[in-house]
Design a protein around this ligand. Sequence first.
Ligand code: AHR
Length: 354
Amino acid sequence: MRRKILTTAIGVVLAAAILIVAVSMVELSGKQTEIWKNGEKDSLTTIGFSQVGAESDWRSANSISMKRTFTPERGYDLIFEDAKQKQSDQIKAIRKFIQQEVDYIVFSPVVESGWDTVLEEAKRAEIPVIIIDRKVAVKDSSLYAAWIGSNFYLEGQKACKVMKAYVDEQQIPEVNIVNIQGTLGATSQIGRTNALEDAAQKYGWNLLEQESGEYTEAKAYEVMSKMLLEHDDINFVYCENDNEAFGAIDAIRDAGKTVGPGGDIQIISFDATREGLRRTLHREILINGECNPWHGEYVEKVIHMLETNELWQKEMYVPEETFYSMPEDMQIMLGGKEYTVQTVTESIVQKREY
Ligand code: AHR
């Protein structure tokens, strides 16, 4: 009799254990991922995120921002796909997210064009799409719920305005500038390039050459080395991110020239990474326009607003500063608005998260 009771009890315990293991397994097929915590059912919001790649320090920080915001502890299941700079991989990832019936699709488009079809598929599946960083050029803006990113044209305008002040102050008789562009067709490239072209026309700068450095150090080194062979009078280089600036600086030095105030060539850069700011503090980079990569928290806010029907603004800019290597802060005016351009200090560099 005692043996029978014991066998029954062991059976019950085993069955309960098997049940707990079974329900604890994450189920990926449903609209929301189901997990069990302390015996209670808990729903995670599933987010399919297609990242452009890992071309720059900025991009790595942007990926960290998404990964640390959308954790299971905070109520999310993040499916992260790296597109390795290929639009076709991003389209594949979005189609996979649709099949997986995620709750939200988030992506940073490598270029602006070519998204209509896949976004129509997401719309038919009734999955809201949130775009971050770069924009999409689509015929129907209802194909995405929201966009969060930088005002790339304004970043470029501010950098050019500071450059104009420097040129005037230093009484530089002629500006011979080359432009190492970002990934062609990306919103960040389009905005920053347009701002330079407009400033060059307005201020009479000679824009000698423009070529893409694909936002990478290696490509920028190659492009800069070539430009230096073709033009011996370059006195400014407008790099569209910090990694390009690092590559350009190496190429300039390898060609026997110097960078920074008092040197042969002045560097304009964007992102303001910790290394970019360190080089601005040490006057290798003259002007550094911040590009804010911390999109995760804003995406989360947008999701809350979509869930409570409180989204009143479809497109949102993240806050950004401009940094200068000269000893004094300066004020610049653009479109009737005043902006402070900060001189970089050691404490600004140390506080930089990436
Ligand atoms: O689109 C944002 C740009 O893309 C950043 O400036 C650059 O570093 C990145 O790769």
